[in-house]
Design a protein around this ligand. Sequence first.
Ligand SMILES: Nc1ncnc2c1ncn2[C@@H]1O[C@H](COP(=O)(O)OP(=O)(O)OP(=O)(O)O)[C@@H](O)[C@H]1O
Ligand SMILES: [Mg+2]
Length: 265
Amino acid sequence: MGYPGGSVRVQSPPSGPAAARPLTARGIVRRFGDLAVLDGVDLDVAPHETVALVGPSGCGKSTLLEMVCGLQAPDAGTLDAAPAALMPQRDLLLPWLDARDNVALPLRLAGSGRREARAAADALLDRVELGRFARSRPDELSGGMRQRVSFLRALATERELLCLDEPFGALDAITREELRHWLAERLEERPRSVLLVTHDVEEAALLGDRVIVLGPRPAGVVARISVDAGPARRREATDPAVVDARRRIHDALRTAMRGDEVAAT
Ligand SMILES: Nc1ncnc2c1ncn2[C@@H]1O[C@H](COP(=O)(O)OP(=O)(O)OP(=O)(O)O)[C@@H](O)[C@H]1O
Ligand SMILES: [Mg+2]
């Protein structure tokens, strides 16, 4: 069936024995007609690394994630990606399926039998204490729970690379914080390689091992920031390394936006 997946290889040479990096992208360009969106983006994700991607609205973050997941192709550049699972920006749970069948969906699409897929989904839901909501439909769940189910659906694919597009978008501040801890726990119990889009500078500093800052359209990378603050699960917003990373991300964004204003006048 048509579930997108497999390795995306665009204009790149064969990657030799077991590509070491889940993601290597070089000079990625993307346009929609006359609209130049991405203009030569270089991006890497190392095994078990969380890379946060921040940038102004409309600069092409979701577009970049879709390319990494093989849902669209760059107009130029090379992209070498391990099989990736996408948690899309808007929660796209199917309203007529319960939580269990939503989580089981990618397994069904990959050819698993119903019973096997449901058992795997139940195991995932149980492990994070959502088992009692297995038979609830999305409209019976809170926003935070829907995001958790949506995340588990991406996990169910067992793909090497997780692409999370604003996984905490549209949630209140307390639920965001809870979900951020929850995500950090999930990644600690089973490390993955993660590309995380967020517009929240603090969230990027709390979850990212590295933060890539994109400028306004046509977007290129304006800063690459390492966050030397230890494991995400134990970080606090007040940790000096988190505060420092936050400031650097903020400065990079502000400088990039100011450049944009100057260019527009
Ligand atoms: N299929 C498409 N056809 C035409 N334009 C598109 C298409 N997809 C995206 N765009 C445009 O490309 C630009 C980048 O879109 P994208 O959704 O990647 O931005 P984003 O950085 O994720 O924004 P946001 O922070 O608001 O989610 C936007 O101007 C958008 O309108
Ligand atoms: Mg987006």
